[in-house]
Design a binder for this molecule. Structure first.
Ligand SMILES: O=C1O[C@H](COP(=O)(O)O)[C@@H](O)[C@H](O)[C@H]1O
Length: 261
C-alpha cells in the first residue's frame, strides 16, 4: 500500500527535533496502549541523533514503557563494535544508555568484528533472519510491521544506506543487504531495503538544512526511487516528511502548506 506523503515544516532544526521527539513519544505510548508493545526503527545521522537527544531531555519520556519497546536499525556502518561512527554507538550515548530498555528487545545490526567478521553480506543475512524471527503471521512480511521507522534523508536523497543508482536500492526480494562502495564513508554498510522499509506502519523522513532542500524537493516531486531512494520510502498507514524551513525551501508550490480541498 502506498500512502501519500504528508509534509510538516518546522522553523529550524531544533524545533524539528523537539516536535519529532514529542510525536515519537506519543506514537510509542499509543502503540503500547493499543497492542501492549511498540517497535521503532532508528536512523543514524544528524537529525536522527538530535531527535534522540530531544527524547532524552523530555520529561514525557517517563510515559514510555521502555521495557516493552523493540528497537531495530534501518542501517549501520559496518565497523567494529563500539566504533564512534556506528549508529548504535551514537544512539546508545545519546539516549539508550539512560532508559530502562530490555536488552533482549534491542537489535543492533552486526559489527564488523562480530559473528560474521569481515563478511558484510553474511551479516546482512543474519539481520534478515533476526527480523524474520520477530515477524508475526499477521505482519504478512518477513519483517515486523514496525510502528515507526525513522529515516534521515541525505543531500543525495539516500535513506538508510540505500544510495541513488546503487544495487541496494534495486533490491526487491531481500529485507537486508550488505552495501559495498557506498559514496558516503564508510563504504561498507548494512541496510534495510525499500520492501522492508515499506512494511512499517509509519515512515518518518527527517531533513534539516539548506543542503537537504534539493533532495526533499526531488523526492516529493515524483522522482523515481532508483534515482531518489527517499521517494520510495513510505509506510502502510502514514508517510511523514518532517522538515525545517531550510530543507523545505525548494518544495513545489502547493505541497506545503497542503492545498485546500
Ligand atoms: O550515513 C548516514 O546518513 C544518513 C543521513 O545523515 P545526515 O547526517 O545527513 O542526516 C542517515 O540517515 C543514515 O542512517 C546514516 O547511516
Amino acid at each position: 500500500m502506498t500512502t501519500t506523503p504528508q509534509v510538516v515544516v518546522h522553523r529550524d532544526k531544533d524545533e524539528l527535533a523537539q516536535a519529532a521527539a514529542a510525536r515519537l513519544i506519543t506514537t510509542v505510548v499509543e502503540a503500547q496502549t493499543a497492542r501492549g508493545t511498540a517497535s521503532v526503527v532508528l536512523t543514524g545521522g544528524r537529525n536522527g541523533n538530535a531527535l534522540l537527544a530531544a527524547v532524552a531531555a523530555s520529561p514525557a519520556r517517563s510515559s514510555v514503557d521502555w521495557s516493552r519497546l523493540d528497537l531495530w536499525w534501518g542501517d549501520e556502518r559496518y565497523l567494529p563494535d563500539g566504533d564512534p561512527e556506528r549508529n548504535v554507538t551514537q544512539a546508545t550515548e545519546t539516549l539508550l544508555a539512560s532508559v530502562p530498555l530490555d536488552p533482549a528487545r534491542v537489535h543492533p545490526m552486526p559489527a564488523s568484528d562480530g559473528a560474521h567478521a569481515g563478511d558484510v553480506d553474511a551479516a546482512a543475512e543474519a539481520y534478515a533472519a533476526e527480523l524474520a524471527a520477530a515477524a508475526r503471521p499477521e505482519d504478512h512480511a518477513p519483517v515486523p510491521a514496525f510502528d515507526v521507522l525513522l529515516l534521515g534523508v541525505g543531500p543525495d536523497t539516500h535513506v538508510a544506506s540505500l544510495f541513488p543508482e546503487h544495487p541496494g536500492v534495486r533490491e526487491t526480494e531481500r529485507a537486508v543487504v550488505g552495501v559495498h562502495g557506498a559514496p558516503k564513508p564508510p563504504p561498507t554498510r548494512v541496510s534495510l531495503t525499500l520492501p522492508a522499509i515499506r512494511a512499517a506502519r509509519e515512515v518518518w523522513l527527517l531533513a534539516a538544512g539548506a543542503d537537504k532542500a534539493q533532495a526533499a524537493a526531488m523526492a516529493l516531486s515524483g522522482a523515481g526511487e532508483i534515482q531518489a531512494p527517499a521517494a520510495g520510502a513510505y509506510g502502510t498507514a502514514r508517510t511523514l516528511w518532517l522538515l525545517d524551513s531550510l530543507a523545505a525551501a525548494q518544495l513545489p508550490r502547493g505541497l506545503y502548506p497542503p492545498a485546500s480541498p
